[in-house]
Design a protein around this ligand. Structure first.
Ligand code: HEM
Length: 212
């Protein structure tokens, strides 16, 4: 990784239009739904396989700089139920970020189990599939969990593969490696999302748009 000589000065000519600069993340922007999700999770009497219904919002945020480093991205929220049950089955929030200068892709993930992670990968602007991953113990792209989880459902690694399809849908496959009662457990999920709403421009672009 090229260390920046000047770690403070931000790029001057930043394009305020996030949707135009999301690269491989552009097909994910907007509002999505799917009702054929499959989850495999750990239960006392063995793996439980369950279908689920998923709603996702991916909202463009303003360009983000760390000194000279420039990211374009989206804030996302995932809400999941199972058919016929009102209670939340899985909830997740975070950011998807892409760095045009290097192709670095980041996903932050927080779930209300007392767990969060930062996963990383790389992709070109026109990539139609990409993946990011994180590993417990990695000081940069790692996984942190509350004691109960770290003791009983130690989360060793996380990986998500995303594929964008030509019919304006996209699919994912996650593999979350847990250690449960001393044995590895592949907690995996998959789904194919269909668009239910277009993305709104990021706040800065809206603020700069002349009021008609
Ligand atoms: C579509 C995505 C996901 C769904 C539908 C899902 C669903 C579930 C379900 C149903 C359980 C069983 C325990 C329970 O009934 O609450 C579970 C356990 C667990 N999940 Fe997920 N999960 C998803 C993604 C993830 C991700 C991305 C992580 C972390 C990176 C994660 C971490 C865990 C852990 C640590 C447990 C064990 C805790 C326990 O069983 O009490 N899950 N998940």
């Amino acid at each position: 990784m090229r260390l920046h000589r000047d770690i403070f000065t931000e790029p001057s000519d930043v394009d305020p239009d996030t949707l135009a600069n999301l690269g491989p993340l552009r097909p994910l922007a907007g509002v999505w739904q799917a009702d054929k999700g499959i989850d495999v999770n750990p239960k006392a009497d063995g793996p439980q396989t369950k279908p689920f219904i998923e709603h996702i919002r991916m909202d463009p945020i303003d360009p983000q700089t760390n000194g000279p480093q420039l990211f374009y991205g989206m804030r996302y929220h995932i809400h999941i139920n199972t058919p016929g049950e009102a209670i939340t089955f899985h909830d997740q929030t975070g950011y998807w970020l892409w760095e045009p200068a290097t192709g670095l892709i980041l996903q932050t993930l927080a779930i209300p189990r007392g767990q969060s992670l930062l996963a990383a990968g790389r992709a070109d602007a026109d990539a139609r599939s990409f993946s990011v991953s994180a590993r417990r113990g990695d000081p940069t792209y790692g996984i942190t969990s509350t004691e109960f989880l770290d003791r009983n459902f130690r989360t060793e690694s996380y990986r998500i593969e995303i594929t964008c399809h030509d019919d304006d849908s996209w699919s994912y496959l996650t593999a979350t490696e847990l250690i449960v009662e001393g044995k590895p457990f592949d907690h995996h999920d998959s789904n194919r999302l269909r668009r239910t709403g277009a993305p709104a421009p990021n706040p800065l672009l809206l603020a700069r748009k002349p009021v008609s």
